[in-house]
Write a protein of this length. Structure first.
Length: 256
């Protein structure tokens, strides 16, 4: 993807998309387009300041530190999400970890350039500070899905949360690059529970499961189920005899 196409794509949604054209131009003048291979890290816990990144393509794992010193995957940032702004606001070292879960294309703006953009005008400074509001939106959405008590609905809601941007009516298939282990970590569900839930979702015709991907065949139906608008509390209760039979006889392909 070339530079012009990358700028157009990242302006489809997210923090920078709602800023003024002059501010967008100021960010793009200082932004460098960078590719990251799968398995690499953008930032580790405790890293020093390094500026912000905006996702053009791919998926960036956001990991939250735990009491035992580990970091658990909480969310996957997709196109339009900007991250790494903590030190811009707090001057502290990194308190989150960001990993590359699939080959990704990112814009990077160093901290010094961000400070210069903010110093240029009060409007620019205000625009920079609003980036934290979008981070809070992601955090609140993540918490909301984790508060869903029914595990099958929670898994469905998590799939929708980490899916790429949906266009139009939400009826077009969407390929989500995610493993069952990652999905279980983000939905706070055991691997075998994720496997059974995906089998039931697949039997309903809402998803298709393959190696390291889950394709949302009917995002609108999956959304209704996640929101509890099907009149049933679980897929097991809602499944038809034919769907239940398919769920029992089909083996799920490994995704991790």
């Amino acid at each position: 993807m070339d530079r012009a196409a990358s700028e157009r794509k990242i302006l489809q949604t997210g923090w920078l998309a709602v800023q003024s054209p002059s501010f967008q131009a100021a960010i793009f003048r200082q932004a460098r387009l960078t590719s990251f291979p799968i398995g690499s890290f953008v930032y580790h816990l405790g890293d020093d300041v390094g500026g912000i990144y905006g996702v053009v393509d791919g998926g960036i794992g956001i990991h939250v530190p735990q009491n035992d010193g580990s970091a658990m995957l909480a969310h996957i940032a997709r196109c339009g999400v900007w991250f790494g702004y903590g030190p811009l606001l707090t001057r502290r070292r990194r308190v989150l970890e960001f990993s590359v879960l699939e080959p990704s294309l990112l814009f990077h703006v160093p901290l010094a350039q961000l400070e210069a953009i903010g110093a240029a005008s009060a409007e620019n400074k205000r625009a920079l500070f609003t980036i934290s509001e979008y981070g809070m939106d992601v955090a609140f959405h993540t918490i909301a899905t984790l508060q869903i008590r029914n595990v099958e609905r929670r898994i469905a809601a998590t799939l929708l949360r980490v899916a790429p941007l949906m266009n139009g009516s939400g009826s077009q298939p969407i390929v989500v690059a995610v493993t069952q282990s990652q999905l279980g970590e983000m939905a706070n569900a055991a691997r075998d529970v994720v496997n059974r839930s995906l089998a039931r979702l697949e039997a309903r015709g809402w998803v298709s499961v393959a190696y390291r991907t889950v394709t949302l065949l009917d995002p609108a139906a999956l959304q209704r189920f996640a929101e509890g608008n099907t009149g049933k509390s679980s897929l097991a209760e809602d499944a038809s005899p034919n769907a239940a039979a398919r769920s029992k006889t089909r083996s799920m392909p490994p995704t991790a």
